[in-house]
Design a protein around this ligand. Structure first.
Ligand SMILES: NC(=O)c1ccc[n+]([C@@H]2O[C@H](COP(=O)([O-])OP(=O)(O)OC[C@H]3O[C@@H](n4cnc5c(N)ncnc54)[C@H](OP(=O)(O)O)[C@@H]3O)[C@@H](O)[C@H]2O)c1
Length: 259
């Protein structure tokens, strides 16, 4: 089989690094686009010179996987980020002749387009309107999201939003994205979730205990429509979803073994 080159925007992030690993394991080439690797996609969105540089970087790539993210709960900031990055990537892909854009979204984001999810819903709309050379995967929260939430506040008492979730291993999401990127565009793919419904504050509590932290967690039911969607099962995958096999406990065992 001929080696493919796939660009991974956000390839240094939680799921991005696993996507790059999965591509390389399968014998493909991965090009990482992130600020720490010298590519600022927001700069490419506002500056013509940077946009040309991005298009040149993408020349010869068979596909681009977008797993960038921004740390914000604000709907306007999230929408600005995902619209700018998606537009910059799609424009550069067209200029470079890349024929497959693979985007990662979140199960339930389009049904509850508020706060951070407003940006994900905007990203989904842009990708779906971009022609017929895209694949879109919606995944549930990663097991690693418990550690991301734990890291968001420094204190000994950590507020964690009340979320009902069916979390999935980022490694399984990365493997699925690598599989999508090396195939033909499929449009909207089957949702990907984990094996078991869990409660996010409990997962953060268990993550902290397993990693030796004595910090305490309290569950915060977020107000408004977004808060309700986080609690009422909107984020759970439907009956025809594909389910990963690694449970949160399996994942936690790997984390607590890491020194
Ligand atoms: N976390 C979850 O539970 C979860 C669940 C389902 C779907 N998702 C989706 O998966 C995607 C990735 O999430 P994640 O948690 O893996 O993200 P993450 O760990 O926060 O990583 C974000 C990545 O984006 C890059 N990035 C940020 N701003 C950039 C810019 N201006 N230009 C270029 N690269 C930039 C970062 O690298 P630099 O900092 O070096 O630029 C990093 O590689 C997001 O779209 C998210 O909505 C996440």
């Amino acid at each position: 089989m001929e080696t493919m080159t796939v660009a991974v925007a956000g390839g240094t992030g939680v799921v991005g690094a696993r996507t790059v690993e999965a591509l390389r394991r399968a014998g493909q080439e991965a090009v990482v686009l992130s600020r720490s690797e010298g590519t600022d996609l927001l700069a490419a969105a506002r500056d013509t010179g940077e946009a040309h540089r991005l298009a040149r970087t993408l020349e010869g790539c068979a596909a681009v996987v977008d797993v960038t993210s921004v740390t914000t709960m604000g709907g306007a900031a999230s929408t600005r980020f995902f619209e700018a990055v998606t537009t910059a990537l799609l424009t550069a892909e067209r200029a470079a002749g890349v024929t497959h854009h693979v985007a990662l979204s979140i199960v339930g984001a389009a049904a509850a387009p508020y706060a951070y999810y407003a940006g994900k819903a905007a990203q989904e709309r842009l990708v779906m309107a971009s022609g017929d050379s895209w694949s879109l995967l919606r995944a549930t929260q990663f097991h690693e999201f418990a550690s991301q939430l734990a890291a968001r506040s420094r204190g000994r008492v950590k507020p964690v939003p009340a979320v009902r979730s069916q979390p999935v291993a980022a490694a399984e999401v990365g493997a699925r994205l690598a599989q999508l990127a090396t195939g033909e565009p499929v449009g909207l793919s089957r949702d990907l979730g984990g094996p078991k419904v869990e409660d996010m504050p409990t997962l953060v509590r268990r993550y902290l205990a397993a990693t030796g932290s004595r910090a305490r967690v309290f569950a915060v039911p977020l107000p408004g429509r977004w808060g309700r969607a986080l609690r009422d099962g909107t984020l759970l995958p439907g009956p025809d979803a594909q389910l990963g096999t690694q449970t949160f406990d399996d994942w936690l065992a790997t984390v607590s073994r890491t020194p």
